[in-house]
Ligand binder design. Structure first.
Ligand code: MG
Length: 390
């Protein structure tokens, strides 16, 4: 029986500071919701992931880069949340496919939920109508008295800290949420709603690493975890001769021009510079060693395919691009009008947001081979970092 997942990220989250809603705080170049949704990639058991966002944020998903991130995170639908957490959860659960037997509700502020814990929760739901993830308590827990002294010590063996996701039969959860909304009851999690109606809730042991991001300190910890080690910088340069009868491809974009670039592959000068910068940042041999121009496999090759295989090489080493900064130098054709579309394509190829990709264009002031219009050159600086855990 496949389950639906509702990830709730509709809150204001002012405690994190700044004027960005919590779900949109960036970690490793991606919004928090991206990390929290991507954990649910088990397409065997999970039918759909629905993200509940603040109503003002819903239109942002019409922007191409945000829509792309949502697709990358496996989000099927975005719905607008309500004034309270309960209203937001209800909106999300209502939007789930009625064919799903179970619904998991997850907090968008928990980007570290482990995939094997999700699997364990789903397994528990096969034999129980409701189940939650919860961790054991490692500290000794005191009850504080009104005068600020210790009023007692709780038996930590019997204590659990509830995390998310929390799961239940869709029909049961939807009914209880609707009742609670009608009676304006408040619950801090789905489990307390189920408990209040006498529904048994099974506990599945969670890991302490499934932290909730609430304070700026939590955010700093999450960034340290997901952004991995120190950034590595690489540099790439390429130049190709401009000749008649060849296409001009730059950054994977076909630029209309009387002259194109001479070369063994599609001669995409910019992608070659990007590839060399990524390889350099990763301490790998240069593009010529990976794709020699004596190898017939690369004759006429689409350089975006070459870039894909370089990204796969990086992934094998637990690395990914964080940022690229590119400069194109050409006397002709004038590339200024093409900067924006080339940037869009690079963002897509590298799965990077707009503020992590720059494409600049300039001429050589008529000075050298480029200045005479005989060649076109590209430069790129890339920043690469460890993948982190997401
Ligand atoms: Mg080249």
């Amino acid at each position: 029986m496949r389950a639906s997942v509702v990830v709730v990220g509709a809150g204001e989250g002012e405690r994190l500071g700044g004027n960005v809603r919590k779900a949109w705080v960036e970690i490793a170049g991606r919004p928090l919701w991206w990390h929290s949704c991507r954990a649910f990639r088990d397409r065997e058991r999970i039918r759909e992931v629905i993200l509940v966002v603040h109503p003002q944020d819903l239109p942002r998903f019409e922007e191409a880069p945000i829509a792309r991130l949502a697709a990358e995170a496996g989000i099927g639908r975005m719905v607008a949340g309500g004034a309270s957490r309960l209203d937001s959860v209800l909106a999300g659960v209502r939007a789930t496919d009625p064919e799903s037997r179970d619904v998991l509700v997850h907090d968008a502020a928990r980007p570290f939920v482990a995939r094997d814990r999700i699997a364990a929760l789903l397994a528990a739901l096969d034999s129980h109508p409701a189940a939650i993830l919860a961790t054991r308590v490692s500290s000794t827990v005191k009850r504080a008295g009104p005068d600020g002294t210790v009023a007692g010590t709780l038996d930590r063996e019997s204590l659990r800290l509830a995390t998310t996701p929390q799961g239940a039969r869709r029909e049961l959860l939807l009914r209880l949420l609707q009742d609670a909304a009608a009676s304006r009851s408040a619950f801090t999690d789905e489990s307390s709603l189920l408990e209040s109606r006498g529904e048994p809730v099974t506990i599945v042991e969670d890991e302490g690493s499934n932290m909730k991001i609430t304070t700026p300190d939590d955010l700093a910890l999450a960034r340290a975890r997901l952004e991995g080690g120190p950034p590595r910088v690489g540099y790439g340069y390429d130049i190709h001769r401009l000749v008649p009868g060849r296409p001009l491809k730059l950054g994977g974009v076909a630029v209309p021009s009387e002259l194109g670039l001479e070369g063994h592959s599609d001669a995409d000068c910019l992608l070659h510079a990007v590839i060399d910068a990524l390889l350099g940042a990763s301490g790998l041999p240069d593009i010529g060693e990976h794709f020699p121009d004596t190898d017939p496999r690369w004759k006429g090759a689409d350089s975006s395919r070459l870039l894909e295989s370089v990204l796969a090489l990086l992934r094998e080493r637990d690395l990914r691009p964080l940022q690229v900064d590119c400069t194109l130098v050409a006397e002709r054709p004038r590339l200024g009008p093409w900067k924006a579309v080339i940037k869009e394509r690079l963002m897509e190829l590298l799965s990077l947001p707009a503020d992590r990709v720059a494409v600049k264009a300039r001429t050589a002031e008529g000075l050298d081979a480029i200045g005479r219009g005989d060649a076109l050159a590209a430069y790129c600086t890339a920043v690469v970092s460890s993948q982190g855990r997401s």
